[in-house]
Ligand binder design. Structure first.
Ligand SMILES: [Zn+2]
Length: 391
């Protein structure tokens, strides 16, 4: 049986080794770089653009990390020994050119070449978000991105309740909540972010308390006010990545639409009535806006609110959760958001229906020649009308 040293010598004679300068040239030419060290070594710094596949998981994970077997793969560890074995393993898996960085990361640093020091999740966060870290599309990078994300919720009611809870649990770092209402008994049938002991409390403050108890990683910014033409620029101006719309009236919906188009912030729209709910994403200038679809609000008699028409308690749970899903996808930059697609849910039939939505080139706000370029009197515009689908 050969000793470790003899085996290493033999492996090194069978693979291609390159020095740090050569590795740098290959990286510039588009080669893949794989770091096969352990997690704590990676966390202290690595080659820019490298992917982390620890040696122990190399064979099982490399094809997902680097599916192109014709591409040159540079493997490195701290000194060039583990990566030599790794290069041999990749050759056996059919990679055309797997090379090992002689001298490893130590030599790379000694040459003064650039090093990327990743921002890393600490141990408690690694545990809390472990089920996210296991998903390749999220992973540590995605979780760090979520923790830096900012989502604004319009309303802490039926839709805002599940949306805020799931966004908070997922680790969205900053949640803004705009609501000037107080918790009353008729809310508790569906607004699960509140509770009986909070009756009479501010909804925004009540939501903040529930969210902070759920996840202390989340900072909640409370706006205990109704969204108006006077405060909308101040509130939307706080660098939000996405807005979740759970508004319960038409003036707020139109105001939010115009402001979000001008601030270029995507809005995840949701609305509910009795057994029917719908959701879509209004991404300014990429898909339609609310006015593209509804240039005028319907007359109030055709648009009863939940207070007037009622709503099944679980329905906002379904639609608000779908809104949270869209907001998370947008924050992570993954999947296909519901841009230009209206998803409708019928709770009695348990069916989802999707319809295509198109931008209106004549839209007064996002069209080619906009006629509305500043805030209007939204209450007058809507004549006190309420959306037929309200939380
Ligand atoms: Zn439009």
């Amino acid at each position: 049986m050969p000793t470790y040293r003899e085996l290493l010598q033999q492996i090194k004679s069978e693979i291609e080794e390159i020095d740090a300068s050569h590795a740098r040239e290959l990286i510039d030419e588009g080669s893949a770089v794989v770091d096969v060290r352990e997690r704590d070594e990676w966390d202290e710094g690595h080659l820019p653009g490298a992917v982390h596949v620890p040696r122990g998981h190399l064979e099982s994970r490399i094809e997902r990390a680097e599916p192109d077997k014709e591409r040159t793969v540079i493997l490195y560890c701290s000194s060039g020994n583990r990566s030599a074995f790794a290069a041999k393993a990749l050759e056996e898996l059919g990679y055309e050119r797997a090379v090992s960085l002689a001298g490893g990361f130590t030599d790379w640093k000694r040459n003064g070449f650039p090093v990327e020091i990743p921002e890393a999740l600490d141990e408690p966060k690694r545990r809390r978000y472990s089920r996210h870290l296991l998903i390749p599309e999220v992973g540590e990078e995605g979780q760090l991105r979520l923790l830096q994300s900012r989502v604004l919720l319009i309303g802490a009611g039926g839709l805002g309740s599940p949306a805020s809870l799931y966004l908070a649990a997922a680790g969205v770092g900053t949640l803004g909540i705009v609501d000037d209402d107080a918790v009353d008994e008729t809310n508790l049938q569906r607004q699960i972010v509140h509770s009986t002991e909070r009756l009479g409390d501010s909804k925004a403050e009540s939501a903040k308390r529930t969210i902070e108890a759920l996840n202390p990683d989340v900072t909640v910014k409370v706006f205990q006010e109704r969204l108006t033409a006077e405060n909308v620029d101040r509130i939307l101006g706080e660098r939000w990545d996405v807005i979740v719309d759970g508004a319960d009236n038409f003036p707020t919906r139109y105001l939010l639409n115009d402001a979000s188009v001008w601030h270029r912030i995507p809005v995840v729209h949701g609305s509910i009535f009795r057994f029917e709910g719908q959701t879509t994403v209004f991404k300014p200038f990429e898909g339609p806006c609310y006015r593209c679809l509804f240039p005028q609000p319907p007359p109030p008699e055709l648009a009863p609110s939940c207070a007037e028409g009622g709503v099944l308690g679980v329905l906002p749970g379904v639609i608000g959760s779908l809104q949270a899903n869209e907001a998370l996808k947008i924050a992570l930059g993954i999947g296909e958001p519901l841009i230009g697609r209206l998803l409708m849910f019928d709770a009695l039939e348990s069916t989802f229906t999707e319809i295509k939505l198109r931008r209106d080139p004549d839209c007064p706000v996002c069209g080619e020649n906009p006629t509305i370029t500043d805030y209007i009197d939204y209450v007058e515009f809507c004549q006190g009308g309420r959306t037929h689908v309200t939380p």
